[in-house]
Design a protein around this ligand. Structure first.
Ligand code: A2H
Length: 253
């Protein structure tokens, strides 16, 4: 943990009704998987959501209508940041395992894919963010490799009861150009470094280091309302747009 708080944007990925049996008690509420991101400008390229299969999540009341699915730890932090129906006190309507979230159909702000699915990622940390991560394989090496693992390994899909149609139709969506790496920087760097899987930690750290700073300093948006603008200029504009339209909230830890 650093000395300074990290500020994340929580993307409200709406669970599309009707709800499956494990979420039936939430019927009538607006239920969201709340994904913590540092890259709100990449939301156009979302292809899926990531959850930790063995992770423990809860459905917490944020206000009278909205329920967020996330870790208890992040729900407590949110409650201290005025995002809880009962001030300072998280109220959990249902405990849910990551396995129970796999396959949920979601509608996420700005995403070109109208329906995306919650899928398993093995490297999610439960002591960071909300334990829910949105997947942008064009610009995140972690996301690209985790999706690649599911696409290329039928046995991995079978292990988590992931249906082919939750994974296979989703292609990497180019959203940002980085002169050095092209329009799918994460894919290029993962291939260049010959990264084998989402568990290839050292190489993935290197890939992230290479793409993260370059994306910010040299990247240009090639889609959306701010097409043609530099990533560093578009980032705060897109963040504010999401916050203003109520499809995202701020979260610090
Ligand atoms: B980022 P930092 Cl396009 N476990 O969002 C593992 N990873 C997590 C997480 C958790 N509990 N919570 C958030 N994250 C991911 C977009 C993105 C991200 C892109 C490129 C790079 C990138 C789409 N995924 O992050 O340790 C989330 O993925 C590179 C660092 O707090 C979040 O932003 O710096 C980022 O890691 C936060 O990581």
């Amino acid at each position: 943990e650093g000395v300074l708080p990290q500020e994340y944007v929580l993307i409200k990925m709406e669970v599309i009704p009707p709800f499956p049996p494990q979420l039936k008690t939430l019927e009538g509420k607006k239920v969201y998987l709340a994904a913590a991101t540092l890259r709100p400008e990449t939301m156009y390229g979302q292809t899926n959501c990531w959850v930790l299969p063995d992770g423990k999540y809860g459905a917490f009341e944020i206000n009278d209508t909205d329920v967020f699915i996330l870790t208890a730890r992040s729900a407590l932090n949110l409650a201290y940041q005025n995002l809880s129906r009962v001030p300072q006190k998280p109220t959990c309507l249902a405990e849910i395992s990551g396995n129970d979230l796999i396959g949920l159909p979601l509608k996420s702000p700005l995403a070109f894919n109208e329906i995306i699915y919650a899928l398993p990622m093995m490297t999610i940390l439960t002591d960071k963010g909300t334990g829910i991560v949105t997947s942008v394989p064009s610009d995140s090496p972690d996301d690209f490799m985790a999706l690649q693992d599911l696409v290329s390994k039928p046995a991995l899909r079978a292990k988590f009861a992931v249906k082919d149609e939750w994974v296979l139709p989703f292609k990497v969506v180019p959203i940002i150009n980085i002169p050095e790496f092209g329009d799918k920087s994460a894919e290029k760097v993962c291939l260049d470094l010959k990264i084998k899987s989402q568990n290839d930690k050292e190489k993935l750290a290197e890939a992230k280091r290479m793409t993260y700073l370059k994306g910010f300093t040299d990247g240009t948006m090639i889609v959306g309302e701010f097409k043609g603008r530099k990533v560093q200029d578009a980032k705060p504009l897109i963040k504010n747009k999401l916050l203003e339209e109520g499809t995202a909230v701020l979260y610090s830890e």
